[in-house]
Design a protein around this ligand. Structure first.
Ligand code: F6P
Length: 367
């Protein structure tokens, strides 16, 4: 673990879906790196920009402003070419041409796999390129970290949207199906469901057949309407990862409503929150998380670490926290990618716990 030297060039790169808090992480990384004597640069548009050698100086004042906003000042992209042999060769070439000694990658699973694929890259001076990853994805589908950047902001956006929907749903006694992002991971739907007092939370990890999903929604409607003097609107939060299109779910529920409530007084509506959930100013938690993860990522890189990801403290943690911050742990990228694979396929104790906990919570909180 040879430490980096004063004046070594380190580039920051944001890749994949942007996440609120990315700019706050860029700001913290640039400031900490500069204080450590490194030359901190930014890569435009993720791995696409890396291949094309689009590496530029970072304006610290501009980052101060940007840190309060969502998105990423550097731009992002999902590059298919980077994962090909030609793309990799082009990236190696531009890493040498731009005289980089280190790279910090902010992104989700695909971006961290990209960081892993750069292992073994030689810098212009013959030293190995050092790479540290930082988990950033609103989906919270990255292993070895309790939270990824952007999750808290996305969660708050969903809850605020659901509160607004609840106002109008209550006024018309309607059932609303609110679809939220999260790719194949139901985490956002689950936690926002709890916080927004959803009657039903639908997520792929539960592995329910279409008919069981419809029945789940219908039983929530039945019990809402059976309640004496209770509220007569129903909030269903559906993860986009659940492979039933929201309008189809509405249609199936409407068919059942027609049979069970022929007087036709129960209306349903669908709201797809989509990319609204990915934008907006990062919450205080995301800014704090960004700052602390970035601080450790830069210090670890500076100290000579390579091929690790800075993860926020997580349940069932088995590794020793980093010496720089007791809440942040450095995980080998190989472990991160292997455990993320299990997390995404459901073969993971945390996913099983989430499914069980959510089902218990639904029973207890909505009776
Ligand atoms: O991974 C983040 C995410 O926002 C997912 O929740 C969503 O499925 C996907 O990205 C959308 O990607 P795009 O912005 O390319 O449409």
């Amino acid at each position: 673990m040879e430490p980096l030297r004063p004046g070594d060039r380190v580039a920051l790169l944001t890749s994949g879906g942007d996440a609120p808090g990315m700019n706050a992480a860029l700001r913290a990384a640039a400031k900490v790196g500069t204080a450590l004597g490194l030359e901190m640069l930014g890569v435009e548009e993720g791995y696409k920009g890396l291949m094309e050698g689009r590496v530029r100086a970072l304006g610290l004042r501009a980052l101060d402003e940007a840190a309060r906003r969502g998105g990423t000042l550097l731009g992002s992209a999902r590059s298919k070419r980077f994962m090909t042999a030609e793309g990799q060769a082009q990236a190696h070439e531009s890493i040498r041409a731009t005289r980089l000694s280190g790279l910090i990658v902010l992104g989700g699973n695909g971006s961290l796999a990209g960081a892993r694929s750069l292992h073994g890259t030689t810098c212009f001076d013959g030293r190995p390129l050092r790479i540290v990853g930082l988990p950033a994805s609103i989906d919270n589908d990255i292993a070895c970290t309790g939270m990824a950047l952007g999750v808290d902001t996305a969660m708050n956006t969903i809850v605020e949207a659901c509160d607004r929907i609840a106002d109008t749903a209550g006024s018309h006694q309607r059932t609303f199906i609110v679809e939220v992002m999260g790719r194949d991971c139901g985490y956002l739907a689950m936690v926002a469901g709890l916080a927004a007092q959803a009657d039903v939370v639908l997520f792929p990890e539960a592995g329910k057949a279409e008919s069981a999903v419809v029945e789940h929604v219908m039983s929530a409607i039945d019990s809402a309407y059976a309640r004496q003097g209770g509220r007569r609107h129903v909030l269903v939060i559906k993860s986009e990862g659940l492979k039933i299109e929201s309008n189809r779910l509405k249609q199936l529920v409407d068919e059942q409503l027609g049979q069970r409530y022929p007087e036709g007084h129960i209306d349903t509506r669908v709201t797809v929150l989509g990319h609204v959930v990915r934008g907006g100013s990062p919450t205080a938690f995301d800014r704090m998380l960004a700052t602390r993860l970035a601080n450790v990522a830069v210090r670890a890189l500076h100290a000579g670490e390579d091929q690790v990801m800075a993860g926020w403290s997580q349940p069932l943690q088995s590794r020793t926290p980093s010496p720089f911050d007791p809440h942040v742990t450095l995980w080998p990228l190989d472990d991160v990618l292997r455990e993320t694979g299990k997390l995404q396929s459901g073969d993971n104790s945390l996913v099983r716990w989430r499914v069980q906990a959510l089902s218990q919570a639904e029973k207890i909180l909505h009776q």
